[in-house]
Design a protein around this ligand. Structure first.
Ligand SMILES: NC(=O)c1ccc[n+]([C@@H]2O[C@H](COP(=O)([O-])OP(=O)(O)OC[C@H]3O[C@@H](n4cnc5c(N)ncnc54)[C@H](O)[C@@H]3O)[C@@H](O)[C@H]2O)c1
Length: 560
């Protein structure tokens, strides 16, 4: 068995690791020493010459060189990591799965005192007040340490070692947890195979003895049924309410039926709803939770890529009316969101691919690594290729998108803000909604529509000089590679423009366009009608008819 020690600088990872390795006749690997040996110079010199990015690349290499985890039950290797090693999702994927990961923790004040006395130089803390700097690192990194088993690292060395050894004896690893964060909009857990443990933790924090699992037939068969059985085995009383599959779940009639089921079950305020399914199920179950007894806790267990990267986060719940989608709803933040990437393995390719339309949008908001990840691995993810799951690419996409959404929503929960706020998430959505409306929500998935809308937005942005040309081209070729938003649309451009007019983001009669700057967005209400009409015509015509670069749709709009 491999043991991995993570935690802030000064928590004693090296001392604890050495002692444990000696006591168990195991090998000891100090990642920082491995990096220094490979580089032939100390870490401060690597930072000075190659910057933090150069150091992190070397760190990833060192993690990769560890090879696969040792599956034997006895301790064979102890790995002490650098304080920042788990920041990179790729490192966590490699380090936390199949190994026992332990988080050595301690109060910033004590860690700062230890660091002041330490002869080791820490480049990231150089020139800063140590306690304040450590406290800031602790706040920023808690979510990446938290999936590991937490141990007090500032107790006497012998005591720390004894505590870790008890965990070795229990042989209870942290599972496949990759991220765990307490946020103002619910606890977020992401991992591989973490659904049962994550739900149990969420119900534990709610002190719930009974849970109402709300699901739909498909999600129930691939995930819900097994999870309900796990909960029952853990002693939780489980009731089940099944809604229809897909968008038909989002009607007031279905909510009424489900609420009457809850009445029959005598569901109380302290009985949380556990919503297991995709975005449609989550929107309906979330609305049920928001309104039943004026609001009961909900735990979202998203089982589609759309739901994991987008819809389960942010507290928007809704049902549809014949007059339009999502017209009746409420903001109702979940107690927890448990995103288990293992659930996505059964998702049809079309749904994976469409969700990547939203993922490209998140990348276009300024996440360089996400764009790179999609450029390299997007096609394999869209195809549902097992290698994309095994490499951690799917998990990294989920984490990057989900965390970015958490940050945006926390900053602007009810969509009051301007460019930096929640409206940023609407990049590409103006024309996407118009396409969905014109298609009467049939035959096109939301993420597929977003891909068209994103193309229109970067063309308009490039034409207005807001979106750098190179960025616009990059987004279009990424979408080309993913097979999104490229085919001609069966819609009239004028119909799309007419549908835009009733878009809910219309303010003072002018549509507010969210446009990418490459590193963020701006909101513009002065996009000329002719440019919009040309963009609509461009996406209707399809990719080959509308190449990016100041030609096609965008050029056609100028000067009209
Ligand atoms: N609340 C929000 O902020 C928000 C954001 C984006 C989208 N949405 C809503 O989300 C919905 C779209 O989400 P969606 O694409 O997840 O839809 P969905 O819930 O209809 O799921 C898509 C299909 O996948 C199936 N499915 C679910 N999990 C599966 C699994 N693990 N394996 C195989 N099949 C599985 C479902 O049965 C369904 O047929 C729309 O209603 C949209 O309005 C809401």
């Amino acid at each position: 068995m491999d043991l991995v020690l993570v935690g802030l600088p000064g928590t004693g990872k090296t001392a604890v690791g050495r002692r444990l390795a000696r006591r168990h006749g195991a090998a000891f690997v100090d990642l920082d020493s491995t990096i220094e040996a490979a580089a032939g110079r100390p870490i401060p010199a690597i930072f000075a010459e190659e910057g933090e990015a150069g150091f992190r690349a070397r760190e990833r290499e060192a993690v990769g060189a560890l090879g696969p985890p040792d599956p034997s039950p006895t301790l064979s290797r102890v790995i002490a990591t650098g304080g920042g090693t788990p920041l990179d999702p790729r490192n966590r994927w490699a380090l936390y799965r199949g190994r026992l990961a332990v988080w050595l923790d301690g109060p910033p004040g004590i860690l700062a005192t230890r660091l002041r006395r330490s002869p080791v130089s820490r480049p990231l803390l150089a020139g800063l007040d140590p306690e304040a700097a450590i406290a800031a690192l602790a706040a920023a990194r808690e979510r990446v340490y938290a999936p590991a088993l937490r141990v007090n690292g500032v107790a006497p060395l012998g005591q720390v070692v004894a505590t870790v050894e008890r965990h070795l004896d229990d042989a209870v690893g942290p599972g496949g947890g990759l991220l765990r964060a307490r946020t103002p909009i619910g606890t977020l857990e992401i991992g591989d195979g973490v659904a049962a443990a994550g739900i149990a933790r969420a119900l534990g924090s709610l002190e719930a003895r009974r849970a109402i699992v709300v699901s739909e037939p498909k999600a129930w068969s691939v995930a819900g049924e097994a999870l309900a059985a796990d909960l029952a085995r853990d002693g939780v009383a489980v009731e089940t309410v099944l809604l229809p599959r897909g968008e038909p779940a989002k009607t007031l009639r279905v909510i009424e039926r489900a609420a009457r089921d809850l009445a029959r079950l005598r569901a109380e305020r302290r009985d949380p709803i556990v919503a297991v399914g995709g975005g449609a199920l989550g929107d309906a179950a979330g609305f049920l939770a928001a309104t039943w007894l004026r609001g009961v806790p909900v735990v979202h267990v998203p089982t589609t890529l759309v739901a994991q990267i987008d819809s389960s986060i942010g507290g928007k719940t809704a049902v549809d009316l014949p007059e339009g989608k999502n017209l009746v709803g409420a903001f109702h933040q979940p107690a927890a969101i448990v995103a288990d990437v293992a659930a996505l393995r059964t998702l049809p390719s079309r749904h994976l691919r469409a969700a990547l339309g939203e993922a490209v949008k998140m990348g276009a908001l300024g996440d360089e690594r996400l764009l790179e990840l999609l450029e390299i691995g997007g096609r394999a993810i869209a195809a549902g290729d097992g290698a994309a799951f095994a490499s951690g690419a799917v998990a990294e996409v989920v984490e990057r998108c989900a965390w970015a959404k958490v940050e945006v929503v926390v900053a602007d929960e009810r969509e009051h803000g301007e460019a930096g706020g929640r409206i940023a998430l609407n990049l590409g959505h103006s024309l996407a909604h118009a396409i969905e409306t014109v298609a009467a929500y049939r035959g096109i998935l939301h993420g597929e529509a977003v891909a068209y809308g994103l193309r229109a937005a970067v063309r308009i942005g490039a034409e207005l000089g807001v979106t750098p040309q190179a960025h616009a081209e990059r987004i279009e070729s990424l979408l080309d590679g993913l097979g999104l938003g490229a085919r001609p649309l069966a819609a009239r451009p004028e119909a799309l423009v007419a549908a835009l007019a009733v878009d809910k983001k219309t303010a003072g009669g002018r549509l507010r366009w969210v446009l990418s700057t490459g590193s963020g967005v701006v909101v513009r209400s002065d996009v000329p009608d002719a440019l919009v009409a040309a963009a609509a015509a461009g996406i209707v015509a399809g990719r080959s008819a509308a190449p990016v670069g100041g030609t096609g749709a965008a050029r056609a709009g100028r000067g009209r």
